[in-house]
Design a protein around this ligand. Structure first.
Ligand SMILES: [Zn+2]
Length: 629
């Protein structure tokens, strides 16, 4: 059993039990949530790590409660943050991959606080939490959600896909200046410790041999700025402040460089610090196992806001006040990752309870965390040797958790055994590095990583598709088509790969091939405008004007003013000798856009078809004059 350490300093016994609605309070507390991306608990100063300086986190822990054994349910940024903000397990809220919208049926912290009259705002450090693109629905309940600009000229990552911690905090502070009237619920997300590890100076110098720690120290300095601001604004003392990590970082443990694939403690163990109003419980250290689903019920209870009925976590206040006698101090952690499914590998589930970890995988794993905290010695024996009674107990416990979850939505084919992520980690590291290289426009590095990944796993659809995309962008259309064709064979339901194959074939002049690829892409995802227009052009090349017209008309139903669609349709009509049909829109088009030479050429053809030689000649001359320029 874990110990509960309560280091009480003086005043705690006379402070009213905050969070109990019976106690009259002058004003509801502000609530500040700070999430630090990719932060391992064992890389923070107040968690005993000596090679980093985190004075702001240490001071906050001294002012509040530090949980030494806090765990996230998910090693993926979006999934984990939605769990923090909804108090729901990943399978329950359903956002188990990027871009999956958060269903309106799941209420978020921001909505709950907003309903109680709070001013709500969120400041994010990475585009992967942008509610316009990769995290739809995460902005619900926030008066202000600091998304990234939709268009940006810059090619570097700063401002386009990532913001440094100081910039995030500066945005939060300037919002606060304009919204001084409380109470406030503000979420600040600091992405800095996420790879690539590129802390700014002086952290880049001081931590040059361990840049991950340098990013943590830098993020801490941003927190210091934010906390100093809150103190100066006079809201710190009465505030509830929560700091946690969304997940840790593999740092090479179990072969994993980053996070997402596995459910080991390297990526599940996160810091959790809770500062409560009026300095209550300051300096308390709690060693019970707790979870990120416990955060929402805790802050709601502390702020006196009623919690939704069906949360997967529980308030931590009884643990802090030592009134949690019924349940025992340790709370079982159910961990999930569907991230391996992206590459066609098996998803994982884990149960962490009673100092034991059970990982459900094609080759299951069982660890005695007391004797083997690094999870190096898998005790599970498939042939039924000694350890298996423990394995059976854990399996039975996990079955109880799974019974609480909705049925899996992914298209599990019965009997199909997907590869164990343990066998694929080297490939995944290469794919990840390729993605980072592409993000930074280092395409030859990206190509090298992808080629290596394909050597290890020749049928990796992700590697094939990414390599195809690289060749497509680089102009080697024949090579692109080879990779993309293979990707489509391996993943017949990948509409993007099929579209890109169509693009590669169209650019290589293979019209029938392009037609087939684009048709199958549109069958999978009918609303793709670009694919629809390209298919129209392919039909024009094939001299199949009837089908070309159908495609352009379908595109114009979605956007009646689309110029590519309008000109394409006119072209198809002219091919069918329907000159009178094409004329009115071509005249309107060239009137509003008189410098469009291609439109003038079409108009001239229509005139000529109608026997209006003079008009045709004049229009051709206009087009030629424009083309000369
Ligand atoms: Zn993250």
């Amino acid at each position: 059993m874990k110990r509960i350490t309560l280091l009480l300093f003086g005043a705690v016994l006379i402070v009213p039990a905050w969070g109990q609605t019976a106690t009259p309070r002058k004003s509801p507390p502000d609530v500040y949530l700070i999430t630090i991306d990719t932060l391992r608990a064992d890389h923070v100063g107040c968690y005993g790590y000596k090679q980093v300086e985190t004075p702001a986190l240490d001071a906050l822990a001294a002012d509040g409660v530090r949980f030494t054994q806090a765990f996230t349910h998910s090693p993926i940024t979006n999934t984990s943050h939605i769990t923090i903000l909804t108090g729901l397990l990943p399978s329950v809220h359903g956002v188990t991959d990027f871009g999956v919208p958060l269903s309106p049926q799941h209420v978020t912290a921001a909505e709950l606080f907003k309903k109680r009259g709070y001013q709500t705002a969120a400041f994010i450090g990475a585009v992967i939490l942008d509610s316009n693109t990769l995290a739809p629905g995460l902005d619900r309940g926030f008066d202000f959600y600091d998304n990234f600009p939709t268009k940006t000229e810059t090619k570097q990552r700063w401002g386009r896909v990532e913001r440094r911690g100081m910039e995030v905090v500066a945005h939060a502070e300037s919002w606060f200046e304009k919204h001084r009237t409380g109470p406030h619920f503000v979420w600040v997300h600091l992405y800095d410790p996420h790879d690539p590890y590129e802390p700014p100076s002086p952290f880049s110098v001081k931590y040059k041999d361990h840049l991950y720690d340098g990013e943590i120290a830098y993020a801490d300095s941003a927190i210091a700025h934010w906390i100093a601001f809150l103190k100066k604004a006079g809201v710190y003392d009465n505030a509830i402040i929560v700091v946690t990590g969304d997940h840790g970082e593999g740092l090479g443990e179990h072969g994993e460089e980053t996070h997402g694939l596995f459910l080991y403690d390297s990526t599940l163990h996160v810091p959790l610090i809770l500062k409560t109003p009026a300095g209550a419980h300051h300096g308390t250290v709690i060693d019970s196992q707790v979870r990120t689903t416990d955060i929402l019920p805790t802050i709601l209870s502390a702020a006196g806001v009623a919690a939704p009925a069906e949360l997967n976590g529980e308030s931590l206040l009884p643990l802090i006040e030592q009134t949690d006698t019924a349940q025992g101090p340790n709370r079982a952690l159910f961990g999930e990752t569907d991230y391996p499914l992206r590459w066609g590998w098996a998803p994982l589930r884990a149960l962490r309870a009673d100092s034991t970890k059970w990982i459900e995988a094609p080759r299951p794993e069982l660890y005695d965390l007391q004797a083997d905290p690094k999870e190096l010695k898998n005790l599970y024996a498939p042939d039924g040797a000694g350890s298996n009674s423990k394995a059976q107990t854990m399996q039975a416990e996990m079955a109880k958790w799974k019974a609480k979850l909705p049925p899996p939505s992914n298209s599990d084919k019965p009997g199909e055994t997907l590869p164990d992520p343990k066998d694929k980690v080297a490939v995944q590291n290469l794919l990840h590095n390729a993605m980072l290289a592409s993000d930074d426009n280092r395409s030859s590095d990206a190509r090298q990583f992808l080629e290596k990944a394909l050597q290890l796993d020749p049928s990796s659809p992700t590697a094939l598709r990414q390599l195809g995309e690289l060749e497509l962008a680089g102009g080697d259309f024949a090579k692109a088509a080879v990779h993309l064709k293979r990707a489509c064979e391996l993943r017949p339901d990948d509409s993007t790969a099929a579209f890109e194959l169509g693009e590669a074939l169209e650019k290589s002049g293979n019209w029938p091939g392009a037609r087939d690829a684009l048709e199958s892409s549109l069958k999978l995802a009918p609303s793709q405008m670009t694919a629809r227009l390209l298919l129209g052009h392919v039909y024009l090349q094939l001299k199949d004007a009837k089908n070309a017209a159908d495609q352009f008309e379908a595109a114009l139903l979605v956007d009646s003013n689309n110029s590519d669609g309008r000109l394409g349709l006119a072209d198809a009509q002219i091919q069918q000798s329907d000159f009178a049909g094409a004329l009115p829109d071509l005249e309107a088009f060239t009137k509003s856009d008189p410098r469009n030479a291609a439109a003038l050429r079409l108009l001239a053809r229509a005139y000529r078809g109608l026997g209006r030689g003079q008009d045709a000649k004049r229009t051709e001359e206009q087009a030629a004059a424009l083309e000369k320029k």
